[in-house]
Each structure stands twice: as structure tokens, then as C-alpha cells.
Write a protein that binds this ligand. Sequence first.
Ligand code: ADP
Ligand code: MG
Length: 292
Amino acid sequence: ATPMSIMVGIGKAAESGILIRNGEALQTASRITTMLLDKTGTITKGTPTVTDVILFNEHKEDDIMPLIASLESGSEHPLAEAILSYAADKQYKTSQVSDFDAITGRGVRGELNGERLLFGNQALMNQFDIDVSRGAEQAQTMANEAKTPMYFARGDMLSAIVAVSDPIKSDSVDAIERLKKKGVHLVMLTGDNETTAKAVAKRVGIDNFIAQVMPQDKVNEVIKHQQNGEVVGMTGDGINDAPALAQADVGFAIGTGTDVAIESADITLMRGSLHGLVDALAISQATIRNIK
Ligand code: ADP
Ligand code: MG
């Protein structure tokens, strides 16, 4: 690879909002065989909003949502933001929760008025022996619609299910089709549940996905593919993605994502669109072709 052609490639990329850290990243990108893609904030907009509130035990939303919002006040998760902005719209008042704990990959717990509150996924409910069977069917239906259902338990009882929807970026489907035409093997990674992950993957045309990935396990997915002899790209936006971005042969950060992701990546996609990813691969391949 001549230094001149690499400089030209990096300059051309920069003009399209693709920031390439060095010549090695540009060259390796042309050889990527497998691309791992984070779901939330990478394929989807990463701004979930509340779509459904289902109540049990004859509770009223006005009684339950303030409790959930109080619990989520301690969390910085995008799902917490969805709950809090919904609660703010409805002008629900929040109270101070004690013994707050965020349980990675599962949800949140805390105490209010001597009562234990839990809000999160099925794994969280299993952990605390909460029976969710009477809500399971509705949760499944919502997950099939690509929504993320979360369970709320007050004491030992399931009290509500709240679902959020995180819209797919308008150009993700087209960009993913372009990626597939390049012959790159695609795998979507998400901490979200199996059913929701499957529904999103199907909507965007990705055949392979891994759901319920714990944040610390994304890097292991990269290593696993590398051990199979693949040249692995990873694209993500979150703090959770940073170790995997650093481990990948080429890490691509979404420019609208967190600073930690950008610092860990080799290439930053300033436009925040997956088209930037395909363009980066195309520029990289064109550069290598010119060299040969
Ligand atoms: P992701 O970044 O894909 O959402 P996480 O590992 O952060 O992955 O979360 C996995 C799952 O755990 C979420 O889909 C949600 O069901 C549950 N969860 C995590 N944090 C929270 C929270 N603050 N409130 C409710 N549920 C949560
Ligand atoms: Mg993300």
C-alpha cells in the first residue's frame, strides 16, 4: 500500500463524514468478512418511547407509573429515559427510592414505603421468583411487534407490564442490504430479549443475531469469530460496545454515540447512518484495488 493512496482514501472518506484513525484501519477494513452490529442506537435510533402500559391487580396507571418512574430515576439507561420522559409528559411525581440497585442486563430494584419494587426483564423476575405467567402472553405479543416489554413487580406480585418501542433508523434496511451485497456476514448483538431481537433482525434483513448478550460478553463474541479465522468488524455506539470495538480488527463507532465508543473505535461514522459503514468499506476496497 503506498502512503499516497492511503492518504487519498482517508481524505475521500473524511469528505463523506467517515473519520479513519490510520492507514492500517483503512487497509484492514477491506478484508472484513464478518460484521457484528449492535442493535440499540446503531440499527435503531436508540431513543425508545413508551407504547403500552398493561396493569394487573386492578391498579390504576396513575398509581403505578409514578412508582416505576421513581425507581428509574436512579438509572441512566435509555429505557429509564423512556420511562422518565413518559412520566414527565403525564406530570407524574416521583419519590426518593431507597436501596436502589441497577442489575446489569436485567433492570432495577429499590424500596419505597417499605415495599420492594422491581422493574426489568424476565431474567430479573426469575431472579426474584416473581410469577409473570399471567402477563407472559401479552409480553410475547408485544415482543413479536419488535417492542421491548418490561415487567414491574411490587412486593412479590406482578403489577404491570410497560413496553417501549425503539424505531429502526429510516435508512438501516437499505444500508444492511448494501452490506449483504458486499458478501459480509452480519450478526446483530443485543442485550434485549430473544423475541424482540428476532423481530428487529427480521425487519432489517439480518439472519443471524445473538440476544440477551451481557455487556461484558460482546467482546467475547468478537474473539469467538476471530478464533474462527474471520476478519471481524464491530459497529456500535454505547459504553457497552467499547471493549468489543477495541478488540475487533476494525471498530466502527456511530458518531452520535458515546465518547467512550468513539475513542475505542478505529473509524467514526459522523453521519450516524449505517450507509457510512458501507461507504467506508467501499472506499477501503477501492484503495486496496488501486494499490494492487
Ligand atoms: P441493551 O443495551 O441492549 O438495552 P442491556 O444489557 O443494557 O442491553 O439491557 C438488557 C435488558 O435488561 C433490557 O432490554 C431490559 O429488559 C433490561 N434492563 C436493563 N436496564 C434496565 C432499566 N434501567 N430499566 C428496565 N429494564 C432494564
Ligand atoms: Mg447501542
